[in-house]
Write a protein that binds this ligand. Structure first.
Ligand code: ADP
Ligand code: ADP
Ligand code: ZN
Length: 220
């Protein structure tokens, strides 16, 4: 299955994408993770993207589209993938659709994580990330066994620079202004399904699994 996880920041897209990619061996392509890795390595993309990211603004389409298409082309995309955080503008979606059509890898399902604003803010302000492996925690909802230390690799947990009040506000504006339109874009294609991002992670996982099972049944 080739999927897009769409939703506001903090909806739990990344958390679910990790759960599904581990359980079902989908590729997980997170635009934010790929960009942060570029910033860390100081690549040309990273240098261009950094200040946009810190302010909570979108990185220009010209950088992101090429980066993601390149990633899809050089990965084992044939076995199915989850795009997490991409596309975020209708322009990105159109460009991707054109390219994927040519590769016979069109998007089959878009999961929209509908999430309440107070939950989003609570999740983002408590989010912590492992500096070494990128694993994702929440100081209350999904706390590590040892405070400040990653369960998986022992790395140090940090708070993302853009998980502060000001950048969060900006990111929500960007979502409402530029990304939300994608709901209609994919509805028109007949591939959009909605889940509640407010539920706990196990329940969200069940809801998405249910959608995937239904699709499989309808296929056979
Ligand atoms: P997104 O990728 O949509 O920005 P994340 O997956 O990074 O969201 O989740 C945001 C924060 O909320 C993280 O700290 C994560 O641990 C926590 N979280 C994710 N899903 C849930 C959930 N269903 N219930 C409670 N907390 C969650
Ligand atoms: P979140 O988990 O809060 O949704 P991400 O990790 O997906 O955030 O993205 C972090 C930042 O990376 C965004 O605020 C933006 O600056 C940049 N970014 C991520 N995806 C895209 C995209 N598709 N287009 C442009 N910028 C992006
Ligand atoms: Zn780690």
């Amino acid at each position: 299955m080739r999927m897009v996880f769409l939703g506001p920041p903090g909806a739990g897209k990344g958390t679910q994408a990790v759960m599904f990619s581990e359980g079902m061996r989908f590729l997980h392509l997170s635009t934010g993770d790929i960009l942060r890795a570029n910033v860390k390595r100081g690549t040309e993309i990273g240098q261009k993207a950094r200040s946009f990211m810190e302010q909570g603004l979108l990185v220009p389409d010209s950088i992101v589209i090429e980066m993601m298409l390149d990633k899809i082309k050089t990965s084992e995309a044939g076995k199915g993938f989850i795009l997490d955080g991409f596309p975020r503008t209708v322009y990105q979606a159109r460009r991707m659709d054109e390219e994927l059509k040519g590769l016979d890898l069109t998007i089959e399902l878009v999961v929209y994580f509908k999430t309440s604003i107070d939950i989003i803010i609570y999740r983002l302000t408590g989010r912590r990330i492992c500096r070494d492996c990128g694993a994702n925690y929440h100081i209350v909802n999904m706390s590590p066994k040892k405070e400040g230390i990653c369960d998986k690799c022992g790395g140090e947990l940090y708070q993302r620079k853009d998980d502060n009040e000001e950048a969060i506000k900006k990111r929500l504006e960007v979502f409402n202004g530029q990304t939300k339109e994608l709901i209609d874009y994919y509805k028109k294609q007949g591939i959009l399904e909605e889940v509640s991002g407010d539920l706990d992670a196990g329940k969200v996982y069940e809801a998405i699994s249910g959608i995937l099972n239904d699709r499989d049944k309808n296929r056979t």
